[in-house]
Design a protein around this ligand. Structure first.
Ligand SMILES: [Zn+2]
Length: 218
């Protein structure tokens, strides 16, 4: 199962009193580090301010609650993966190899006014987590700031653009969960076909593996 504890949806009822949050009214959002991931609370500001507690929030920010659109408005045909969806997938993957791409994508979404940075927190180990919130639906993302060097950002941006354009595949769970090759057979392994009907043929790296006893081919 994907680790998605870094993504938390905004609630639609107050976490303290249980009454609905009102459209376009202030909301206090709180992340609590439970030691096993983050718990999110969304509260009426007055409910939060009067809440008796013996713990400190990992992060806290003030936002404005926006009621979800009526069902009809959601029926937009999705033609290609949007940047927001890609971010969700990447965050849920929680793949250390993708940490730079996740961060740069979040910054790109912030510049596009899709996300807003709500907070940043330095952990005891010196790493920094930035908390972004989706301006539309209020989902929050806890994202590691890898402290990229300026000269490294360009190549990461190209990677993100390739991921968005579908020319680079995600290190998805589909690969990790692929069954291991059967043991004891010399049958050539078939490469899985493209994942979509519009998949582009991927250039294959040249096979340089030496065969024992084999002469180099002319
Ligand atoms: Zn309340």
């Amino acid at each position: 199962m994907a680790q998605d504890w870094n993504i938390k949806s905004r609630g639609h009822v107050c976490s303290v009193c249980g009454r609905p949050l009102e459209d376009k009214c202030p909301v206090t959002s709180v992340l609590r580090d439970s030691g096993n991931g983050y718990e999110r609370m969304d509260c009426h500001p007055e409910c939060w301010n009067t809440l008796e507690r013996d713990w400190e929030p990992f992060s806290l920010w003030e936002g404005v609650y926006t009621a979800p659109p009526p069902p009809d408005a959601r029926k937009e045909p999705v033609k290609k993966e949007t940047a927001g969806e890609l971010l969700r997938k990447l965050v849920a993957l929680d793949d250390p190899e993708m940490k730079n791409a996740v961060y740069v994508l979040a910054v790109m979404l912030e510049r596009s006014k899709i996300l807003v940075e709500r907070d940043s927190r330095e952990l005891p180990d010196g790493t920094v987590r930035r908390i972004y919130e989706d301006r539309k639906n209020g989902d929050s993302f806890v994202i590691l700031d890898p402290r990229l060097r300026l000269d490294a950002i360009g190549s990461v941006q190209r990677q993100v653009v390739a991921l968005l354009g579908g020319t680079e595949a995600l290190p998805g769970p589909g690969r990790k969960d692929a069954p291991p090759p059967p043991a004891g057979t010399d049958a050539p392994q078939q490469q899985p076909a493209g994942t979509g009907t519009d998949a582009q043929p991927q250039p294959q790296p040249p096979q340089t593996e030496a065969k024992p006893g084999g002469a180099p081919e002319p």
